[in-house]
Ligand binder design. Structure first.
Ligand code: ASP
Length: 287
């Protein structure tokens, strides 16, 4: 079983289209017998699709730069990259952190250097869509407060600048169960608006991702809130206490209006739940 999400807060009118892409990516991404391989392959597909805020198509930071976060986890092991730049597939570097480095997390220039040492080429993930999103939020940030979104208003309380950028949804994630083994993966260009150097929940163990012997959980939404609540570990810890869908609903509901989405698998079930619009896809294989 491979379950993917395409980020909470997507354009509702595009949901059907995004769901069908994710179903395709889940099928293509599930060719291996290894759950880790499968979540990584599926996330590569989503990173390469500029409809999603990960890899190519990642949103820009307030200075116009792109810094991406990605993580993979299997029971007992973890790898993540934080604010990595100029690589095509951050998720592959995160897996290499897990498999080929003595560490579990590598950040910014150290992560880029690690990637280059392994042969990852220089790559520009920026797109026209990311640039127009930037223009839109710049306009919103420069405007007076009436009609601006709550995350932009929150950002303005702390950052008084005329240089801003938007982003905010379409992060990608994957959880898998194969023959009783689990894996999780997540990749994002980040939430928005955000300062250069901002780190969300996605690359932080237990916050935006968790995987253990009972299952795997990945989150999407406002990273600061997810991290403050160690959401994925908290959700994981409840696995087995009640039906999986109920656990996810209880966790997402506890955030009130804050945009949150979760996907999870346990030993005999899988579930997703969100309070915004979140594209999902599965390979429909009960493994
Ligand atoms: N959670 C991600 C972050 O805050 C964004 C998202 O899921 O859309 O970086």
């Amino acid at each position: 079983m491979l379950l993917l999400h395409g980020g909470v807060g997507s354009d509702k009118s595009k949901l059907e289209y995004l769901n069908s892409k994710l179903n395709d990516y889940a099928k293509v991404g599930s060719a291996s017998a290894s759950p880790l391989e499968n979540v990584v392959n599926a996330v590569v597909k989503m990173e390469d699709d500029e409809d999603f805020n990960a890899g190519t198509g990642s949103v820009m930071r307030i200075d116009g730069s792109i810094q991406m976060d990605a993580a993979v986890m299997i029971p007992g092991d973890f790898g993540s990259v934080i604010a990595i730049e100029r690589v095509k597939n951050p998720i592959l570097v995160a897996r290499d952190v897990l498999e080929k480095s003595p560490h579990i997390m590598l950040a910014s220039d150290g992560a880029v250097k690690f990637a280059r040492t392994l042969g990852y080429e220089e790559y520009d993930p920026s797109t026209g869509k990311a640039r127009s999103r930037l223009e839109k939020v710049l306009a919103e940030l420069r405007s007076e407060n009436a009609g601006i979104s709550s995350n932009v208003a929150h950002f303005k309380k702390f950052v008084n600048s005329t240089q801003f950028v938007e982003g905010s949804c379409d992060t990608v994630g994957a959880v898998a169960r194969m023959d009783g083994k689990f894996a999780a993966a997540v990749s994002t260009g980040g939430s928005s608006p955000m300062m250069r150097g901002r780190v969300g929940d996605s690359p932080v163990l237990g916050a935006g991702i968790y995987c253990g012997p009972k299952g795997a959980v990945v989150a999407t939404g406002i990273g600061e809130e997810i991290a403050k609540n160690i959401l994925c570990y908290r959700t994981y810890a409840k696995i087995g206490s009640k039906p999986l869908k109920e656990i996810l609903k209880e966790e997402v509901d506890s955030f009130g209006q804050t945009l949150i989405g979760l996907i999870a698998v346990d030993k005999d079930d899988y579930a997703h739940y969100d309070n915004g619009s979140m594209a999902v896809g599965t390979n429909n294989l009960e493994q």
